[in-house]
Design a protein around this ligand. Structure first.
Ligand code: SF4
Length: 362
């Protein structure tokens, strides 16, 4: 390379922000043996997932658990995990667990410089929006979401043209670009209250058609929506739930509001994943509860409501399952995959998220 080219490359490097790897450095991969030290240090954590992971499999997971917990301290990193993460992530390496609203709020309170988001891409983007100066990593950039991918910023601009003056409420399961075009965000737990915070008689609630239909039943406002669906919750049917209930009339059914309205109508309780956990916690020992949501949520909740018997006709979210212990360890070692949001988009998207967080709807 000529000196002139070297100088140009150096100048370009100076102009662009440092990557996470340049900023925090890269570490060597540790040995992943199941040593006596690893077994001793992870024994208490295994107790939390013994209902889910057979003892014979633990030596495969334990070295990752051990090194992730060690390196996150050395790196000054915090691990946020959504309720749909697998039990070994949720119980053994996560520092903060919750639904998307809880994770969005907690992301603003952490002191650590590095956030590792165990969830899907829009969640990591939300953490980045709320923490623009921090390094936000997602262990697999391909962890997407059928809802988030159902709509673009250009679609929202067209909706605004078509419905001038109608407030646009965007579910948090959307890209930063979509959030940037909306007036405010909402989650499944605060959607009704966010919609009702507007004076307008009509509100656009996008992109989840079923969430919008379920919200429409709880408000006098006219709700306009979009055709997006969660590929996990749209698969549950009223027929299968009625068959469970016929077999066991004492069964209590709890469902996520991303399910179709005829499923939600049958449920005894509908709410966000945190709301479902709270509902299950308040049941008496011996109660039988049918969980109409993602598979790992059903496994994780068992720890929260001991004595309750859970029936799980679960569907798996393939996007959430892209996050694994080996990929989390890679994130901490190589500082990847870094979540970057265009600053101009981030500024406008942040306003929509902050309006929701500041609305005190919960
Ligand atoms: S469970 Fe549904 S809404 Fe959540 S990430 Fe998966 S596809 Fe998206």
């Amino acid at each position: 390379m000529s000196t002139q080219t070297e100088t140009a490359a150096g100048a370009a490097r100076k102009r662009r922000p440092l990557t996470a790897a340049e900023k925090h450095g890269v570490l060597a991969m540790p040995p992943l043996d199941y040593t006596k030290e690893v077994a001793r240090q992870t024994a208490a954590l295994y107790e939390k997932v013994a209902h889910h992971i057979p003892a014979i499999e633990w030596p495969v997971h334990a070295p990752y658990v051990y090194w992730i917990n060690r390196l996150k301290k050395e790196r000054g990193a915090v691990i946020l995990a959504h309720n749909y993460q697998t039990p070994e992530i949720f119980h053994c390496v996560a520092d903060i667990r919750g639904d998307s609203l809880q994770l969005a709020r907690e992301a603003t309170l952490v002191d650590e410089e590095i956030i590792v988001q165990c969830g899907v891409h829009f969640m990591a983007e939300t953490s980045k929006l709320l923490n623009p100066d921090k390094t936000v990593l997602i262990p697999d950039l391909r962890a997407g979401c059928s809802l988030a991918e159902s709509i673009t910023g250009a679609d929202v601009r067209l909706l605004r043209e078509r419905y001038p003056g109608v407030p646009i409420v965007t579910y948090v399961n959307t890209s930063a670009e979509v959030k940037a075009e909306s007036d405010i965000c909402c989650t499944s737990s605060n959607a009704v209250r966010v919609v009702e915070s507007f004076d307008s008689d009509t509100v656009l609630l996008i992109p989840d058609e079923f969430l919008a239909q379920n919200v429409a039943r709880q408000t006098s406002k006219k709700i306009l929506t979009w055709k997006g669906h969660c590929e996990v919750h749209e698969r549950f049917t009223a027929e299968e739930l009625l068959a469970y209930r016929e077999a066991d009339p004492g069964l209590q059914i709890i469902a996520h509001p991303e399910c179709p309205p005829d499923v939600v109508k049958i449920a005894d309780y509908t709410g966000s994943t945190s709301g479902m956990i709270e509902f299950a916690r308040r049941r008496q020992p011996g109660a039988r509860v049918l969980l109409v949501t993602e598979c790992s949520m059903a496994s994780n909740i068992e720890q929260e409501a001991k004595g309750v018997r859970f029936i799980k006709p679960c569907n798996l979210c393939p996007h959430m399952k892209r996050i694994t212990l080996p990929k989390i360890l890679d994130s901490l070692i190589y500082m990847r995959e870094e979540v970057v949001v265009d600053p101009a988009v981030a500024e406008r998207a942040r306003r929509a998220v902050e309006r929701m967080v500041n609305l005190k709807t919960n």
